[in-house]
Design a protein around this ligand. Structure first.
Ligand code: PEP
Ligand code: MG
Length: 576
């Protein structure tokens, strides 16, 4: 039966394909006393064999889709399944205790997991614990006859249906086959949404009920432009959306023509349109979309994708690769923004009631300054290979900025004294905390640039968790209160001759862009896939007219909706 689910539009485009549920099945079982151990031993052997075969296929697919390195984890899983000691223990347990295969498997693998976890200072062993847990799930699924979803096994076009998506899920996606994403959780600025934009996969998040409502293999339409998900559409709807898809792709092709053109407004202004990245792997998308810089490199992914703190050299290589690929274009690299929803398995942080208001980002860097110094040295060393700027996240006070700058200068001096070549680095802060936005006049005297992080600035101004779909209506980028804060930051930057940037998702929002142009924003940094569409919009906008619109909006408007309507009325080019 056809049904429409309304979620949050997270990544542009239309997808039409059958559902692939990336939802963990129920693997619970009951302990049974058995009378025929040989039958249970046959069952466990068959489950082990089936799991091995499956892992071989997954490994081959992963090698093809993701590369040898990423596929190694599956080899490790096969090795665990073939461990004679473990198999012997499971068999003995069945024979001695007369328990069913499920119970014997759980008991033995649990003891391994606990043993590995107990060696908590050994990263390698901890990784083994999670490998054993993964493998156990697979064998258990065969014993219970339920299917375990595996993104690496996808062999036809699908729409992924998930409760939430982690970076390791998306890393396994073959973007030729994963055509769309629907997630129960998340908001426009949740990391799952940002990742789908980076991968250019149409996505709807915050759907709340998708995993309940959408069965495996059922046809699904994902409208990443409106947030609609149509389950089991009829033929008319499919052809309607095919047309919409074609129109979108035609528009996209039109924007492509601007790839090598400099961003220019109708009255000849040249704001920079830059890209946000999470890893050097995102650089292909950046170059394909004609970015004029990198406005935000989220370095925390370097820390999250690793089993230990990344070394100075590993960091140096990543930063150097990015700045070199961008030539003389600016690359703004943000120091580690861990905390909030971004955790490091090897850096235990205290449990907090309010992690988004807690120990994170620059607060950790200033506290654990050895980690911070390593990162700064890597950045300083990479700086001579391109046009590298450094930015500190989550700055609340001037003293935080001064302390960070002092540490930076100490490391800079040490490196220069030891003969290392260091580039001409600009030092800036993110404006994500309302306190810093309000004090922008003072900050502007001390920093080289500011970059407004609206994802957090809006969350903190509205006191509304950016990942919580129940309060997503409070993500109001056009609310006059937010616009006044942003205008204040840009105005004070310019008063002191400093550069005003924005790297929150709002910078690529088609309603916000005319206003930001009117405020004189110097650099707009966004998901790479939004750049050409924004360049196309700006070419039709007159910055002076937009400045008049801004004045009217910040002085007269009362609500988010009102501003939205005022912009749509003033700018007919916006395709809503
Ligand atoms: C922001 O807060 O707007 C931002 C760009 O940073 P992140 O999304 O990584 O928190
Ligand atoms: Mg932020």
């Amino acid at each position: 039966m056809m049904k429409t689910i309304k979620g949050i539009a997270a990544s542009d485009g239309i997808a039409i394909a059958p559902a692939f549920r990336l939802v963990e099945p129920n693997l619970s079982f009951e302990q049974r006393t058995i009378d025929d151990p040989s039958q249970e031993i046959d069952r466990i052997n068959a489950a082990l064999e089936a799991s091995k075969k499956e892992l071989e296929i997954i490994k081959q697919k992963a090698e093809k889709n993701l590369g040898t390195e990423e596929a190694q984890v599956f080899e490790a899983h096969i090795t665990i399944l073939s461990d004679p000691e473990m198999i012997k223990q499971i068999t003995t347990e069945i024979q001695d205790k007369l328990v069913n295969a499920e119970q014997a498997l759980a008991d033995v693998t649990d003891s391994y997991i606990q043993l590995f976890q107990a060696m908590d200072d050994n990263e390698y062993m901890k990784q083994r614990a999670s490998d054993v847990a993964d493998v156990t799930k697979r064998v258990m699924s065969h014993l219970l006859g339920v299917e375990l979803p595996d993104p690496a096994l996808i062999d036809h076009e699908v729409v992924i249906i998930a409760h939430d998506l982690t970076p390791s899920d998306t890393a396994q996606f073959d973007t030729n086959l994963v055509k769309g994403i629907v997630a129960d959780l998340g908001g426009r600025t949740s990391h799952s949404a940002i990742m789908s934009r980076t991968l250019e996969i149409p996505a709807v998040v915050g759907s709340e009920t998708a995993t309940n409502d959408i069965k495996e293999d059922i046809m699904v339409i994902v409208d990443g432009l409106t947030g609609d998900v149509i389950v089991d559409p009829n033929d008319d709807q499919i052809s309607e959306y095919r047309q919409k898809q074609t129109k979108y792709l035609e528009e996209k092709a039109e924007w492509q023509k601007l790839k090598t053109k400099q961003t220019t407004s109708a009255d000849g202004k040249h704001p920079i349109l830059a890209a946000n990245i999470g890893t050097p792997k995102d650089m292909d998308g950046v170059l394909e979309n004609g970015a004029e810089g990198i406005g935000l490199y989220r370095t925390e992914f370097l820390y999250m994708d690793s089993n230990e703190l990344p070394s100075e050299d590993d960091q140096f290589k990543a930063y150097k690769e990015v700045v070199e690929k961008m030539g003389d274009k600016p690359v703004v690299i943000r120091t580690m923004d861990i905390g909030g929803d971004k955790k490091l398995p090897y850096l235990p942080l205290p449990e907090e009631m309010n992690p988004f208001l807690g120990y994170r980002a620059i607060r950790i860097s200033l506290d654990k300054d050895d980690i911070f110094r390593t990162q700064l040295r890597a950045l300083l060393r990479a700086s001579s290979f391109g046009n590298l700027w450094i930015m500190f996240p989550m700055i609340a006070t001037l003293n935080e900025f001064r302390s960070a700058k002092k540490i930076y200068e100490e490391e800079r001096e040490k490196l220069i004294n030891s003969g290392v070549k260091v580039g001409d680095i600009k030092l800036g802060i993110m404006i994500e905390i309302p306190a810093a936005a309000v004090l922008a006049d003072k900050f502007a005297k001390e920093v080289d640039f500011m970059s407004i992080g609206t994802n957090d600035l809006i969350q903190y101004s509205m006191a509304a968790d950016r990942g919580n779909e129940c309060v997503s209506y409070l993500y109001q980028p056009y609310n006059p209160s937010i616009l006044r804060l942003i205008k204040r930051v840009i105005d004070y930057c310019h008063l002191e001759g400093k550069i005003a940037c924005m790297c929150g998702e709002m910078a690529g929002d088609q309603i916000a862009v005319p206003l930001l142009l009117g405020m004189g924003l110097d650099e707009f940094s966004m998901s790479a896939t939004s750049i050409l569409r924004t360049r196309s919009l700006i070419k039709d906008l007159d910055s002076k007219k937009m400045a008049e619109l801004v004045n009217k909006v910040v002085n007269e408007a009362e609500t988010n909706e009102q501003v939205r309507q005022m912009v749509i009325d003033a700018v007919p080019e916006i395709k809503d």
